[in-house]
Design a protein around this ligand. Structure first.
Ligand code: PA5
Length: 447
């Protein structure tokens, strides 16, 4: 087991009878998911994905990654939300947040089309000057504004630089199998395409081509990633909450919510977990935040944020709980040097491993936050390998679905995301939105 749930810092916050009361709800939720009969079941494709995936496409992903590695110094990955967060999280977790600065035989990877910032786009274009570029555009719908604008820009850049024919070797499109406009366009243009399966929503798509192609381009072992997820899938087949940590996590979150803990902070003690936190926030926020319900997901990296948000967590409003990820084996070793002058008075830790100090900071914080009235769920993850990450990804996905069903929502839709888009399209003058535009302009002018 690569991920283990530890409840020792929940003592006094959730009683065993509260867990017992929620077990029947969790059993039903598990059955709804495994039987494929739950709400949103047309988006249950991710459940069996770790074993039931398109092997031919998986092989093509590896070939495409090799081609990109050979042809490009820079891979630009264009996508937003579920179409980029998983890949970026995986690359930073397994490789490094400083991946682009590492010595390596794989291309630098930049993410575009996840904002509408002029600065971000122009900076990236300037970084690309004089470099060999490949592009992986990822959009299930093919019409999302942010990635669509970025793809217009990079497609023209590649065609200008390499010609129509040359661009075909450098543009890789991950999109809907048949319906989307991007698929039709790519087939006509001769770009290689990969599929976002119909029954897998964006935030559950990291183990499809959406995540796998960029992840493979970073030199990460995607077989090991899938194996980790497959082993998690096997482990979570049981509906016994005492043997299934994903169910247990879902129960604990719901128990805490029901006693007013409506904000969950995902805590990492490694900067390489920052984007994993972002991926997790989308997964839980978009899955549970609906119908006036949900736990607000936020995140921190400690000890960094102990020096900014630590005060609030210790002492602010008591509606918080934390889920702390501890990486058991840090991989590298670093020993704190001695300072004969002992200027900082820290010679009592000379010769100690830095990770020992990090873990001690974690234990000290867990106890302090408990004392301050903050329940903590501890998730112990074996290491930062692709295998463990695959296991962790599936753990969070599975727990999220169970948790959403216990909460009484459909964890697979996201109706709320459309609201801003409609307003934006109306204000930008999209045909068909004329009445809405007039009404919005009236509101804006305050008439
Ligand atoms: O989870 C989701 O469904 C969203 O975050 C989408 O992934 C995001 O909006 C991008 O959509 P698309 O892939 O259609 O461009």
């Amino acid at each position: 087991m690569s991920v283990k749930l530890n409840e020792k810092f929940l003592n006094g916050f959730v009683s065993s009878h509260e867990v017992e009361y929620l077990k029947p709800f969790a059993k039903v939720a598990h059955d709804l998911l495994i039987s494929g009969k739950g709400p949103g079941n047309d988006f249950h494709g991710w459940v069996k994905l770790p074993v039931d995936y398109d092997k031919e496409e998986f092989a093509r992903i590896k070939v495409a990654a090799e081609k990109i590695k050979k042809n490009a110094n820079i891979l630009v990955v264009i996508g937003i939300g579920g179409s980029y967060l998983g890949a970026r999280a995986a690359i930073e977790f397994v490789k490094s947040p400083l991946y682009n600065n590492l010595k390596k035989d794989t291309p630098d990877i930049y993410f575009a089309g996840n904002n509408i910032s002029t600065t971000a786009l122009t900076e990236l274009l300037s970084i690309c000057e004089g470099k060999d570029i490949a592009v992986n555009v990822i959009s299930k719908s093919g019409t999302t504004t942010e990635p669509a604008v970025a793809f217009r820009v990079f497609k023209s850049l590649l065609v200008e630089k390499y010609g129509e024919e040359g661009a075909k070797d450098r543009i890789f499109v991950t999109t809907d199998k048949a319906r989307g406009t991007l698929k039709k366009f790519s087939d006509e243009a001769g770009y290689e395409t990969f599929v976002v399966p119909d029954d897998v929503g964006g935030r559950y798509s990291v183990l499809t081509a959406v995540g796998l192609l960029p992840i493979a381009c970073a030199g990460i072992d995607i077989d090991a990633l899938m194996q980790g997820a497959a082993d998690a899938m096997q482990a979570f087949k049981t509906d016994d909450a005492d043997k299934n940590d994903a169910i247990r996590y879902a129960i604990l979150r719901n128990a805490l919510l029901r006693k007013g803990k409506n904000t969950e902070i995902l805590v990492g003690y490694e900067p390489y977990m920052l984007m994993l936190n972002e991926w997790w926030k989308q997964l839980y926020g978009e899955s549970e935040g609906k119908d006036g319900k949900g736990i607000f997901p936020c995140s921190v990296i400690f000890s960094t944020d102990l020096h900014s948000l630590g005060q609030y967590v210790q002492d602010g409003q008591r509606n918080l709980f934390e889920t702390v990820i501890s990486i058991k084996n840090p991989g590298a070793k670093f020993v704190i040097p001695d300072d004969p002058a002992n200027v900082d008075g820290l010679n009592f830790i000379s010769g100690k491993e830095l990770d020992y100090v990090n873990k001690t900071a974690m234990t000290a914080t867990l106890i302090a936050h408990n004392d301050g009235g903050v329940p903590n769920i501890l998730l112990e993850v074996e290491d930062r390998s692709a295998y463990s990450l695959g296991y962790l990804i599936y753990f969070f996905e599975f727990a999220c679905a169970i948790s959403g069903y216990i909460l009484g929502v459909n964890p697979f839709d996201q109706p709320g995301v459309e609201a801003y888009k409609k307003n934006m399209f109306a204000l930008l003058g999209k045909p068909g939105y004329e009445d809405m535009k007039a009404a919005l302009e009236e509101r804006i002018s305050g008439k």
